[in-house]
Structure formats: C-alpha cells, structure tokens
Design a protein around this ligand. Structure first.
Ligand SMILES: C[S@@+](CC[C@H](N)C(=O)[O-])C[C@H]1O[C@@H](n2cnc3c(N)ncnc32)[C@H](O)[C@@H]1O
Length: 240
C-alpha cells in the first residue's frame, strides 16, 4: 500500500484527519466522497474505518472509491443515519465534518450509548460553533484540541472532545474557543478581525430595522462584539 496516501485533502479535512486518534478504528459520519477514511487508511494512520452516509448518491460514490482503491477490507461504507449504523465500542474516534451544529447535535443525541463509548469526537461545524461547545460541556465532554484553518478567505474551526466532566468555559471562551484563546492560536487575530468586520456590517444593517426581533438581535450582536473585542485586546496586550 502507498504510504503517501491515495487522496490529497483540503487544509480543512487535513486538520480533521490530524485530530483522529492514530492506530485505532475510526468512523466518518457524513462521509460524502469518503476522502477522509481513504486518506487515513491509505496512509496507515488508522487500521480501519467506517464511512457512514445517509444519502444513497454519496454512499455509492464513497463505496465506489473504496473498491477502486481495493480497500474494501479496511473501509466499510454503510448507508444510514448518523451513528446509528455503528455498534457501541466499534470505533475509537467519530468524525463529523462539514455539517451544521444542529445536525451534529441531533446525530449525537440520537445515539448517546454509542457516543459514550467513543474515545474521541472530532467535529468541524459550519455554524453555531459556540452552541456546539456548550452542548459538549453539558454532556460530560470537554475540548481537548481546537484548530483554526484558513482556505482562501474562509476560516474553519476543527475541534476534538473527550469524555469527562470539566467546568463550563466562560461565555467569551464558548464564543471564541477556550483552547484557541489559551494557546493563542496564530490565526486567531485575523479570524477575529474578520468576524468583527462581518458582525459590524450586520449591526449596521440591523440598525435600520425597528422590529422587536431586530432590536433583540442587535443587543445580542453588540454583546458578542464586546466579547470578541475583549479577546482581541487581550491577545494584543498579553505576553506569549
Ligand atoms: C457537506 S457534506 C460534508 C462531507 C465531508 N464530511 C466533508 O467534510 O467534506 C455533509 C454530508 O453529510 C451527510 N449527512 C447529513 N446528515 C447525515 C446523517 N444524519 N447521517 C449520515 N450522513 C449525513 C450528507 O449527506 C453529506 O454528504
């Protein structure tokens, strides 16, 4: 088998791959093309993988890729919903990438007996990231790693969580990422600067709307901007 991998991953998926527990079976939930398990198995990072897809089209695509590379003995492609096609304890890591937070929470909530037997969750949510962080801490998980990745002018947050109760991070930490702050991640300043610019733009637009909902949104956004700016100030003042 090749040691340089069969597929070249984007920086986002490479960051996801980088947080998977090496040497132990993994599952990629919502695998689509199947690139993540193909990469991990062909590089020998994990001994085996299960790719799960809920839609027939992507399932067939991933299954085809696996057969094309002769990896069907090491990568199983299962058609099904979330973690339901897995047995408890079957894999050490479950990765969920490129989905919204609400989809991830639904998938995790519907399979808690499986979730509670995982050694690690690797998550790359596309939106509502603070909600996902809070959900993890409320369900006896804690963050063990947080990464920021840039692709063009887009930033992605990739996180790993392990089981075990730890105190809930502060509101600001939930908003920005407790480990991104603690580790002063090198992309945190440009990431926050971009988020602040976007929020300020939305705030300007909301100021023209006087409905109760818009006013409430304005208040929430102003509070969030305050938190983001506080972290920016801390990052520029605090010594490494
Ligand atoms: C945007 S793609 C992301 C693909 C890949 N994980 C990545 O990050 O590049 C999301 C994939 O998740 C699949 N998906 C959504 N909900 C799912 C569920 N409940 N169970 C399994 N797959 C699901 C979709 O069919 C889709 O192929």
């Amino acid at each position: 088998m090749q040691n340089d991998g069969l597929v070249k991953l984007t920086p986002r998926l490479k960051a996801v791959a980088g947080l998977v527990l090496p040497g132990q079976p993994m599952a990629d939930i919502g695998s689509d093309h199947g690139y993540l398990p193909l990469y991990l198995v062909s590089k020998g990072i994990v001994p085996s993988a299960i790719a799960v897809e809920v839609r027939q089209g992507p399932w067939a695509k991933a299954d085809h890729q696996v057969r094309l590379h002769g990896l069907e003995r090491k990568i199983e492609v299962r058609l099904g919903d979330g973690l339901k096609p897995l047995k408890p304890g079957e894999v050490a890591t479950a990765a969920l990438a490129g989905m919204g937070t609400q989809t991830m929470i639904k998938i995790l909530t519907e399979s808690m007996p499986i979730v509670n037997r995982l050694k690690r969750l690797v998550l790359q949510p596309m939106a509502e990231i603070p909600v996902l962080r809070e959900w993890l801490y409320r369900h006896h998980f804690h963050l063990t790693h947080e990464e920021l990745v840039r692709e063009g002018d887009r930033y992605y947050v990739v996180m790993a969580a392990g089981l075990g109760h730890k105190p809930m991070p502060s509101v600001t930490e939930l908003e920005v990422g407790p480990l991104l702050i603690a580790n002063r991640h090198p992309l945190l300043v440009p990431y926050l600067a971009k988020t602040i610019r976007q929020d300020e733009q939305v705030l300007l637009e909301l100021k023209n709307i006087t409905t109760e909902k818009a006013v409430r949104q304005q208040q929430l956004l102003e509070k969030r901007l305050e938190e983001l700016k506080e972290v920016m100030t801390w990052l520029s003042c605090a010594k490494p």
